[in-house]
Design a binder for this molecule. Structure first.
Ligand SMILES: Nc1ncnc2c1ncn2[C@@H]1O[C@H](COP(=O)(O)OP(=O)(O)OP(=O)(O)O)[C@@H](O)[C@H]1O
Length: 439
């Protein structure tokens, strides 16, 4: 765990640091409350060991300030003036526990063990909650398609940093799945991964969903709620369909990103949260910026690193593997012993345009697994739209332009750079650029 020691006595800081590091925790220390608060604003921590008497300051007041800045951190009060009243008061104000000073390494280990257990349970509950109803096939984060490989490479490199990341791509290409995978590969993985679906609520409800509200802030606000920003403190906030975020909320999100500050609806007291933001959209945000629907300053904040997930039709080499992953899961669920796909069915899937991408693949394979009567899925088990013949094929009733567009799309998908694609196509890169724009 990441632990911050807040104590003005050098010896205590030193002995605690040595003890904690020998237990394989990551430890930092601060000598006063101002430094501690600055540290907590800058980095996510799991635990604070807080001296109850910090020279002139009252540890109980500092405790409250700490919990405002980092609501998810577990604070353990450490004091030479142990008394039942102060212990009770500290716990009443939100401390996790209480340690006498000096304390033995065993006492420290015990209290940290309890914190770890509680946090693990909290994480498990949050994870199960978010998995409910979203249980799905095994997540595949490999690819044989150069464009997808490049996107995954950027995603995994960015995962370890604190940078905001913007995921682009058509609906169903796996942006939400990738955002969660990035969180799990980040130093914040012990924190929560919280998703906000921007278009799903009215402006008022979305604001309260994000930032929380106080009782009485609006009709129906019967109790205080903390909001998803606070829930994601120390973790990752995933903003899905960010292009749909109303302008009023865009201003508030910008403030959160710039100053780490926000206010609950119906309250003026600023609160702080340390969240890493990953957002996703299938819209062209630069167009939304040009149309005045999306703030340019927010766009640049969100777009520190951006990557585009290619549509499934551009990942022809991945289709068989992905289809098998979905089949294993869906056949298992439908209780059928379906082993694979006929070569015609595979070819039909390779030729198909997959407008709904991986989500559509899941639906089509689920339906096929139910309909198929043999050991493998035949082309005739696939939905009508995907039947061979409904897609562009040489010799069929298609215009030259349609065939050219399809050929260019596939060559681009199967080469690493546009220069390489131009070479395969036998045209110069500028012509390829013009053709792609036109098509
Ligand atoms: N890497 C993956 N491996 C296996 N299945 C995947 C993967 N990515 C996505 N899927 C499947 O595709 C479905 C849709 O993925 P996801 O919700 O991440 O797409 P999205 O791009 O966020 O879509 P939208 O823009 O509509 O929100 C998932 O529920 C899952 O079944």
């Amino acid at each position: 765990m990441r632990i911050l020691i807040v104590d003005d006595e050098k010896n205590i800081r030193r002995t605690l640091t040595v003890a904690l590091e020998s237990m394989e925790h990551e430890v930092s220390s601060a000598t006063n409350s101002a430094l501690a608060l600055a540290e907590l604003k800058a980095h996510p921590y799991d635990v604070v060991l807080l001296d109850l008497r910090l020279s002139q300051e009252s540890g109980l007041n500092v405790l409250e300030e700490i919990l405002q800045v980092a609501p998810r951190v577990s604070v353990v009060m450490v004091t030479a003036y142990a008394s039942v009243e102060t212990a009770v008061e500290a716990m009443r104000r939100g401390a996790f526990d209480y340690l006498p000073k000096p304390c033995t390494p065993d006492q420290v280990r015990q209290v940290l063990g309890r914190i770890e257990k509680t946090r693990k349970l909290e994480r498990r509950v949050a994870e199960l909650e978010s998995r409910l109803g979203t249980e799905g096939p095994e997540i595949d984060l490999t690819s044989q398609s150069p464009t997808m490989q490049k996107a995954l490479d950027v995603a995994f490199k960015a995962a370890g940093s604190e940078a905001t990341v913007l995921l682009l791509g058509e609906s169903g290409t796996g942006k939400s799945v990738l955002a969660r995978a990035m969180h799990q590969r980040s130093p914040r993985r012990t924190g929560a991964f919280v998703t906000v679906s921007c278009p799903s609520l009215s402006r008022e409800l979305l604001e309260s969903d994000l930032f929380g509200h106080v009782k009485g802030a609006f009709t129906g606000a019967v109790a205080d709620t903390q909001g998803k920003v606070a829930a994601a403190d120390g973790g990752t906030l995933f903003l899905d369909e960010i292009g749909e975020l109303p302008l009023e909320i865009q201003a508030k999100l910008l403030r959160l990103l710039q100053e780490r500050e926000y206010e609950r609806v119906g309250e003026t007291k600023p609160r702080r949260a340390n969240v890493r933001v990953i957002s996703a959209t299938n819209r062209d945000l630069t167009q939304a910026v040009a149309a005045g629907k999306f703030r340019e300053d927010l766009f640049y904040r969100l777009n520190v690193i951006s990557l585009r997930l290619p549509p499934l039709r551009e990942r022809v080499n991945d289709i068989e593997r992905l289809a098998m992953i979905h089949l294993r899961f869906l056949a298992g669920h439908s209780g059928k012993d379906v082993q694979g796909f006929s070569s015609e069915a595979l070819e039909a899937m390779r030729q198909y345009a997959w407008p709904g991408n991986l989500r559509e693949m899941r639906n089509i394979i689920e339906r096929a697994a139910i309909l198929c009567s043999g050991e493998s899925i035949e082309a005739s088990d696939l939905a009508d739209s995907i039947q061979p013949g409904s897609e562009i094929r040489l010799g069929g009733k298609f215009t030259l332009e349609q065939i050219e567009a399809e050929h260019i799309r596939r060559v681009v998908a199967n080469t690493r750079t546009l220069d390489e694609a131009a070479e395969v196509l036998g045209i110069d890169p500028a012509t390829l650029y013009r053709k792609r724009k036109k098509l």
